[in-house]
Ligand binder design. Sequence first.
Ligand SMILES: Nc1ncnc2c1ncn2[C@@H]1O[C@H](COP(=O)(O)OP(=O)(O)OP(=O)(O)O)[C@@H](O)[C@H]1O
Ligand SMILES: [Mg+2]
Length: 151
Amino acid sequence: MEMYKMEASTVDETLSIAEKLASLLKPGDVITLEGDLGAGKTTFTKGIATGLGISRTLSSPTFTIIKEYMGRMPLYHMDVYRLEGSDEDIGFDEYFHGDGVSVVEWAQFIEDYLPEERLDITIRYKGEQSRVIEFVPIGEYFHNIVRQILS
Ligand SMILES: Nc1ncnc2c1ncn2[C@@H]1O[C@H](COP(=O)(O)OP(=O)(O)OP(=O)(O)O)[C@@H](O)[C@H]1O
Ligand SMILES: [Mg+2]
């Protein structure tokens, strides 16, 4: 599995990397986000929302698991932290194969439901403002996208 790294030294850099990613996405794409509490998963998702032309403020969906936003296509923002240790399926397939982009925080907790082709992203804390963003694309389609983000 290939991994590509980028460093974001400010929140704005994280947002702009996420915006660039969003500009390359199409309906049915699935992005997973891993990283410790406060690493920047929701922040990264905000950048994706901006990049999809969503003007509504994105907030953490912790208590609802899924929130939907409408931009140039729908964004399904999921935070499945509360599903740790359960194997509850809340209809993931319909989102993952639906007509929007799915972004899943704490995706490791629903590993069995994730589609094979997806982009796995891990955000690592490096310093107060700096983060390392690791991309692991699965499938040729997402490899291409990551190459474009890095170029
Ligand atoms: N370079 C950076 N990229 C992202 N966030 C940053 C960066 N520098 C500082 N931060 C701050 O780190 C925090 C990240 O919070 P955020 O809610 O995005 O994390 P999270 O990974 O979604 O946490 P949780 O596990 O609770 O869902 C924010 O307060 C943000 O301003
Ligand atoms: Mg979050």
